[in-house]
Design a protein around this ligand. Structure first.
Ligand SMILES: *Cc1c(COP(=O)(O)O)cnc(C)c1O
Length: 335
């Protein structure tokens, strides 16, 4: 028997449960299986998103360590970074951010000025910039922590994307929430489709569905054009989760389903498929997606429906992981 999820320390930060809703117009427009959406864009903390679920567990760990400041890193338009800044503000902790520039090619001027970066500053975080291709990702955060310690602070490092075992517990919890809502609403999903980047979300859903709704397949859409790296990370993280949860998750390799071909050339690149998916979701369901994650995940769902990848008689769940503020940093892509 698995260890109880509620036995791990957690600080409530999200509006939960997030809604689980049908998308009848989008389903009809695509002519495939019935489609539903899990609104994890609506977790509520400073425009929400999936990282808030991870931060409920990570911030509990930071507090237990007696930290007065949290540090994390990401791209300039990182949703994870923005939600970390928000969690710190809400809990009265300092927040220092390392933002990596140049990761996304051909960005417009708005990229460095609005969307998530505007919110990071508004939330009171301090920010330093480093070029993505000249920084050692594994060294920069410990170095920043050292500097803060020398200045008398007690910092706590939140990993990239919040994707260690602690953060991923929040995604297991999301899967448990979906399982409970699906049962209450009498809907039997065959699969859940979502954007997958730093592997935590996918590892958490893989484990959570295995434990609470084993008939639901977790399908991660690669958004970084690195499907092999991603799949390896999902398997490693899910294996660590199995140990932490003291649970038998079965054949993790077989369950780690990464769908590729929707990222474009690289992380954050604008693609025609993403643009079409963002417009379709907006016009059919008034569902506002983002250009980096959920828009590409929706492009993946559309592609899979059109390719006949699903049983047309059983519903499929799209998990909207958030990211909406980044839309405003990609104005020209939708002009
Ligand atoms: C971070 C993020 C994801 C991916 O979650 P991972 O756990 O990093 O794979 C998906 N969607 C949005 C909007 C995100 O910000």
């Amino acid at each position: 028997m698995a260890r109880d999820l509620d036995s791990f320390p957690r600080v409530p930060l999200a509006h939960l449960p997030t809604p689980l809703e049908p998308m009848p117009r989008l389903g009809a427009a695509l002519g495939g299986p019935p489609l539903w959406v899990k609104r994890d864009d609506a977790t509520g903390l400073a425009f929400g998103g999936n990282k808030t679920r991870k931060l409920e567990y990570l911030m509990a760990e930071a507090r237990a360590a007696g930290a007065d400041t949290v540090i994390t890193a990401g791209v300039v338009q990182s949703n994870h970074v923005r939600q970390t800044a928000a969690a710190a503000a809400k809990l009265g902790m300092g927040c220092h951010l390392v933002l990596l520039t140049g990761r996304v090619p051909d960005t417009e001027a708005d990229y460095e000025a609005t969307g998530n970066i505007l919110l990071d500053r508004l939330l009171g975080a301090s920010v330093e910039f480093h070029p993505f291709d000249r920084v050692d990702r594994n060294v920069v955060l410990p170095e920043v922590a050292e500097t803060l310690r020398a200045n008398g602070r007690n910092p706590f490092i939140i990993p990239y994307g919040g994707s260690n075992v602690t953060g991923t517990l929040g995604c297991v919890r999301a899967a448990r929430e979906v399982a409970a809502q699906a049962e209450a609403q009498g809907v039997e999903f065959q699969a859940a489709v979502f954007a997958s980047g730093s592997a935590g979300t996918q590892a958490g859903f893989l484990a959570g569905f295995r434990l609470y709704a084993p008939e639901i397949r977790a399908i991660g859409i690669d958004i970084e054009a690195e499907p092999e790296r991603l799949r390896g990370d999902v398997i490693a993280l899910a294996s660590d989760l199995a140990e932490t949860l003291e649970a038998d998750l079965g054949d993790i390799e077989a369950l780690a389903h990464v769908e590729s071909g929707y990222a474009g050339a690289s992380y954050g690149a604008v693609t025609d498929g993403m643009r079409a998916a963002v417009e379709l979701a907006a016009r059919q369901e008034a569902l506002i997606l983002d250009p980096v994650y959920s828009g590409k995940a929706m492009a993946g769902l559309i592609g899979m429906v059109r390719a006949g990848a699903f049983d047309p008689g059983r519903p499929v769940l799209f998990i909207h992981t958030g990211g909406t503020p980044a839309l405003f940093a990609y104005r020209e892509a939708f002009g």
